[in-house]
Ligand binder design. Structure first.
Ligand SMILES: NC(=O)c1ccc[n+]([C@@H]2O[C@H](COP(=O)([O-])OP(=O)(O)OC[C@H]3O[C@@H](n4cnc5c(N)ncnc54)[C@H](O)[C@@H]3O)[C@@H](O)[C@H]2O)c1
Length: 248
C-alpha cells in the first residue's frame, strides 16, 4: 500500500449489509478510509472500521445526504470514490405496472434513482475541486434485461445505468469517471428469502451459465478493482457480473 492509497477516501451508501458490507471490507483492505452511509447507524459504524466513519443517513433525503457529506468533507477534506450501492427491490406488492401501488413505485425509484442522484450531487463539487474522482453506481442486470413482474425495480435499475453514463459524459472534462456495476443474482439479505428455498434457488440457478448465484464478495471485488484506479480508461461502462446470465 502506498501513502497515496492510504489517504484515499471512499463513500459507500448502504454499506451496512450485503454487497455494500463486502465492498467496505474490500476497500479497507485496499487502504481506503471509509465513510459509510446507511439507515442502520450501528451497521454503518461497524462497516466503516476504526479509521472510518459510519453515518446514519437516508439517501432519499436531500437534508440527510447534505448533512452526511458536510460531515465527510469536514472530517476528511476529500472524496475520491463514491459507491452508490444502497438499493431496495420493493415489497411483494411491487409487481406488474397496474398492480404496483403508487407509493411502492415511488419508494423504489426514490432509493434506487434519487439516492444516487442526491449522493453524486453532494460528492461532485469536492471531486471537481480536486479534478479527479470516480462514481460507481451499483445497478443490476435488471437494468439491462427484464425481470418479469418487477416493473418498479427494473425501471429503477435501467435509470441507474443511464444515470451512471450521464455522469461519465458530463464530468469527463473534470477528470471524474463514472461506471455502473450490474450484478446478477447475489446471496444477500435482499435475496436470501428466495434463495433459501431450494426449489426457487434451483429455478434461479438453472438460468445462470456458471450454475450458481454470486457471493457478495465477488461483486465487491469488481467494485474494488474499479475503485483502485487500475482501469483508468474505463468510464461510461455498465459492467455485468452475472455468471454469464445476460450473455444467454
Ligand atoms: N442481491 C442481489 O442479488 C442484487 C443483484 C443486483 C443488484 N443488487 C443491488 O445491489 C445493491 C445492494 O444490494 P444488497 O443485496 O446488498 O442489499 P441489502 O438489502 O443486503 O443491503 C442494502 C443496504 O442498503 C441500506 N439502505 C436501504 N435503503 C436505504 C436508504 N434509503 N438510505 C440509506 N441506506 C439504505 C440498507 O439498510 C442495507 O444496509 C442494491 O442497489 C441492489 O439493488 C443486488
Amino acid at each position: 500500500m502506498t501513502d497515496h492509497q492510504a489517504a484515499r477516501v471512499a463513500v459507500i451508501t448502504g454499506g451496512g449489509s450485503g454487497i455494500g458490507r463486502a465492498t467496505c471490507v474490500a476497500l479497507i483492505a485496499q487502504g481506503f478510509t471509509l465513510a459509510v452511509l446507511d439507515l442502520d447507524s450501528d451497521a454503518a459504524k461497524m462497516a466503516a472500521g476504526s479509521d472510518g466513519v459510519g453515518i446514519a443517513a437516508d439517501v432519499t433525503s436531500p437534508e440527510s445526504v447534505e448533512a452526511a457529506f458536510a460531515e465527510i468533507v469536514k472530517l476528511f477534506g476529500r472524496v475520491d470514490v463514491l459507491v452508490n450501492n444502497a438499493g431496495i427491490s420493493g415489497s411483494a406488492s411491487a409487481t406488474t405496472c397496474h398492480e404496483t401501488p403508487v407509493e411502492e413505485w415511488d419508494r423504489v425509484q426514490a432509493v434506487n434513482v434519487r439516492g444516487p442522484y442526491l449522493c453524486s450531487r453532494a460528492a461532485l463539487p469536492t471531486m471537481m475541486a480536486a479534478g479527479t474522482g470516480h462514481i460507481i453506481t451499483v445497478a443490476s442486470v435488471a437494468g439491462q434485461i427484464v425481470f418479469p413482474g418487477r416493473a418498479a425495480y427494473v425501471t429503477s435499475k435501467g435509470a441507474a445505468v443511464m444515470f451512471a453514463k450521464s455522469l461519465a459524459i458530463d464530468y469527463a472534462a473534470h477528470g471524474i469517471r463514472s461506471n455502473a456495476v450490474c450484478p446478477g443474482m447475489v446471496y444477500t439479505p435482499m435475496t436470501a428469502w428466495r434463495l433459501d428455498q431450494p426449489e426457487l434457488r434451483d429455478m434461479v440457478e438453472s438460468k445462470i451459465p456458471l450454475g450458481r448465484v454470486a457471493q457478495p464478495e465477488e461483486i465487491a471485488e469488481a467494485i474494488a478493482v474499479l475503485a483502485s484506479g487500475r482501469l483508468a480508461y474505463l468510464t461510461g461502462a455498465a459492467l455485468n457480473i452475472d455468471g454469464g446470465w445476460t450473455a444467454l
